[in-house]
Design a protein around this ligand. Structure first.
Ligand SMILES: [Zn+2]
Length: 321
């Protein structure tokens, strides 16, 4: 099937060059390396922003079944924020691409008063409003937030979706206070799993994921908006022993005990774990007890070599000379 008639050319989002080398093809989309700056991107994307019309929050039941790597990531973000400021009445947080609103829920539960959310998905925005976030459905630049009002911007698996990455980062920079924090989590194209699977990996989907970052290319594009790296780690979300067992048993072994009635209500609506899980409980607990240290070592080893499937990075806006 050819989709050439649905595509439009796109310049390299980092250096605007049009010279590239195609690395691979999948589902009619090309994945290419910029000949000038080495960024990996989709050089021909769907017309009419077709990638953004796909609903991000289509499976609420699945979304609410929180997995532990996601929770670990959120906790890291709030720990970092707390070092920056613990004044929860004054600090402003923007969840850019809020999805299921998990960051917003944590922020609210931790006592932050000024929470903002933007998403292109109306269901996500409705959900964010119900949590109490000032919300906007659409593109960030159309919201016209005031200059330098936000302390923390969260972009969890969002940056790879942007068509005009530099423009969007520049808008983030405009609304972020000087020395404010931007947290970016995105698939790591230098990871072990992608070296193994190549474009067969689910991260590669040219309809939605338009740019593919390594740590150096992410830092380079962030630098154009005046963002300086403060902490960069890679996270292993797949291939851990407990995660693989989760997939096999179709349940979240390390489901986080989210202390909120709303979450519990949503969780009770989620499909119940298989019947056999009760009988397996003792086995699972013993397994967890022995396997968690192994996973801990695995996760840390992977991070040491920057081979985790995701880049979890904090940048600080530093525009003053
Ligand atoms: Zn380039």
């Amino acid at each position: 099937m050819t989709i050439k008639h649905l595509l439009k050319p796109r310049k390299c989002p980092q250096c605007e060059s049009i010279a590239y080398k195609v690395l691979s093809e999948k589902d009619g989309f090309e994945f290419a390396k910029c000949s000038k700056c080495a960024l990996i991107y989709v050089p021909n994307i769907l017309i009419e922003n077709a990638h953004i019309s796909k609903e991000l929050v289509t499976k609420p039941n699945v979304d609410y079944r929180i997995n532990s790597p996601k929770v670990a990531r959120i906790k890291t973000v709030f720990k970092f924020l707390n070092k920056y400021s613990n004044n929860k009445d004054k600090v402003s947080i923007l969840d850019f691409g809020c999805g299921n609103g998990l960051y917003l829920k944590f922020a609210k539960q931790l006592g932050y008063k000024n929470i903002y959310a933007v998403d292109i998905n109306s269901q996500a925005v409705e959900n964010a409003r119900s949590i109490g976030a000032k919300s906007f459905c659409g593109n960030l630049k159309d919201w016209n937030l005031p200059d330098e009002g936000i302390d923390l911007i969260v972009m969890d698996n969002v940056i790879e979706h942007f068509e005009n990455t530099k423009e969007t980062l520049s808008e983030c920079s405009r609304i972020l206070k000087n020395k404010g924090i931007i947290f970016i989590s995105t698939p790591n194209i230098d990871s072990f799993i992608i070296k193994m699977l190549g474009t067969a990996h689910r991260h590669f989907g040219g309809a939605e994921h338009l740019t593919y970052f390594t740590i150096p290319t992410l830092c380079a594009i962030c630098a154009t908006a005046g963002f300086k790296p403060a902490s960069i780690k890679t996270a292993l979300e797949e291939l851990t022993i407990t995660r693989m067992l989760n997939i096999v048993l179709k349940r979240n072994l390390l489901d986080y005990d989210f202390d909120s009635s709303e979450y519990k209500e949503k969780q009770s609506n989620a499909p119940a774990p298989s019947k056999s899980s009760k009988g397996n409980k003792i086995f699972i607990n013993i397994f967890k007890f022995f396997m968690i240290p192994f996973d801990f070592i695995l996760i840390n080893m992977t991070n040491m070599f920057k081979q985790g499937a995701y880049i979890d990075s904090f940048f600080i806006k530093d525009t003053q000379k």
